[in-house]
Design a protein around this ligand. Structure first.
Ligand code: URA
Length: 237
């Protein structure tokens, strides 16, 4: 006998997200079974026989996908924007499986973004307990004093608590800006921007150049590549 499962369970089991998330996608009409949009999460399906798609992409159990995107500035890290602005999904045209971004980059931030359908992997990268590093190149307003840079290193007070010690290198100064490389082990909302504000400066440009040991290297802006098995293993620690 073939295993029948409810549609929300099938999506969640295939590594797409929680059942609650799956139910909202189904309700929004993003899920089809054998070419027909199904809006009831309790619809019974058999993945061995039925063809299930999310946003037109096939849902296959078990196949894990790990992608690295160089997000350009001006793209949202969400699926759809009510205002019609471009999102990272506009850059994923040829990707077969449905993937979700691992954390977020602000609209005005560019650089490395991981996308995957492996929820456990995503959890690990985002969970501050695992201390996966994120490295940014920052152009900050004004020529920062050594004391301001040291405060960034030591940790600054933000509205959601102090930041952990960070690795901060001054790359160079220009007339009225400072170029820094900052590596943090957390990933709080707008963290780098808020850190610079806490030392009376402001981010003028922000690029994420590395996640853990994965560096941006030759990936072009707006381009995407699969992680190698070795890279996935390194990120898993
Ligand atoms: N810190 C920020 O302030 N913004 C980002 O997009 C990423 C890290």
């Amino acid at each position: 006998m073939r295993p029948l499962k409810t549609l929300d369970r099938v999506l969640s089991k295939a590594g797409f997200g929680s059942r609650t998330e799956a139910r909202s996608w189904i309700g929004a009409g993003r899920v089809s079974v054998n070419g027909k949009v199904i809006q009831s999460p309790d619809h019974w399906v058999d993945l061995g026989r039925d063809k299930v798609t999310l946003d037109g992409k096939p849902v296959k159990p078990g196949k894990k996908v790990y992608l690295l995107l160089y997000k350009p500035k001006g793209y949202l890290t969400t699926y759809k924007d009510p205002e019609g602005r471009p999102t990272v999904y506009d850059l994923l045209g040829e990707v077969e499986q449905y993937v979700v971004p691992v954390g977020r980059l602000d609209l005005d931030t560019s650089g490395l973004l991981l996308l995957t359908n492996d929820t456990q992997f995503a959890e690990r990268i985002m969970n501050p307990d695992f201390k996966v590093t994120k490295t940014y190149q920052v152009k900050a307003r004004g020529v920062l004093t050594e004391e301001q840079v040291q405060r960034l290193r030591d940790g600054v007070e933000l509205s959601d608590g102090p930041t952990r010690p960070a690795s901060v290198t001054r790359l160079r100064n220009s007339d009225n800006s400072t170029f820094l490389e900052i590596t943090i082990t957390e990933g709080r909302n707008r963290q780098v921007r808020r850190m610079l504000e806490a030392v009376d400066s402001k981010v003028r440009k922000l690029v994420r150049t590395a996640i853990g040991p994965i560096r941006i290297e030759k990936l072009g802006v707006g381009k995407i590549r699969e992680l190698t098995a070795a890279e996935v293993a390194m990120l898993r620690g």
